[in-house]
Design a protein around this ligand. Sequence first.
Ligand code: DP6
Length: 336
Amino acid sequence: MRSKAISTPNIAFIKYWGNRNDELRLPMAPSLSMTLDRPTVKITVEDADTFSVRSFLVDGSEKTLKEKDIDRFRKVVTLMRRYLGTIGAEDVLSESIAIAVRSHIPPAVGLASSAAVFSCLAKAIAGFIREKKELTNKQVSILARLGSGSAARSIFGGFSTLEEGNGMEIENSWSEQIADEHHWALYDFVTIPAMEEKKVGSTEGHASSHSSPFYTERVQAIRSRRQRECIEAIRTKDFEALQRVTEEDCLDMHHVMQTQMPPLQYLNAETHRIVDAIKELRTKEHLPVLFTMDAGPTVHLVCPEEGRSAVLSFAHAQKGCTIFETKVGSGASLIG
Ligand code: DP6
């Protein structure tokens, strides 16, 4: 048996930060993102005598994986088997599988890839077991979540949530699509400052998020208002409302990050310079554009068709930055 899938990253408008159970990646609050159309990751899963993970770069050369990366995959496959057990499919996935990851994310781009990788793995595993057990996309999103919380959202195209859910069981959080990729043509011009800072990974960051004195307030704001406002803005294609809630939530997440113990400072001087400059341009030219940053200094400039050419010129004018041009994409799919 052999199965191959393709997937892409997503950019969150309401950010996922912190879990009620770290091992199972059960989030404290819901989140919401737009799936991007590139860069792509492809994963092949096949039967083997022992468990293995290999990773290849765009040029076909093999990248040596660290023991801790291989370990993460191994743990994820174990958790996936545990989840499959809860839906009456305990024996459909063997632990002896060979996983081959082909990432089209150029190393210089530094675009966080765990969402693309683990959504792709979940889809490939779903393909691998499909003759024995057919999974719904909701179930595939649960498999993806076990690898990386944000990965659950990349199973779907367009705009999707990671639902908070209730309870402490492995199946208690999943992704739902709000609108597909044909609903609203939004672009994300990913603007990457030259000096990508070495960062503490998200997994570690999530685990200490609760130590920020602003964390409870953040969770309350998302649960009571922000997630709903963001869903509404997307449904009605109200870009101004989307901008307001996305920027509010992004700055709030970074405030939590900076005040948790140990504090995490993902933004740098370049990030602030780009954000100030886009705000100035937006006021001057009445441009529809929003900014948002994940766990790194990279600025995502999101805009509808009307803002496209001006925002793209702005992005390309940022000295020393690598620009990645993306738009709303169609999510993970099987390709073999
Ligand atoms: C800041 O999904 O990368 O990008 O589950 O540990 O892999 P793990 O965390 P991850 O966290 C994403 C954090 C974020 C916000 C977001 O994408 O929602």
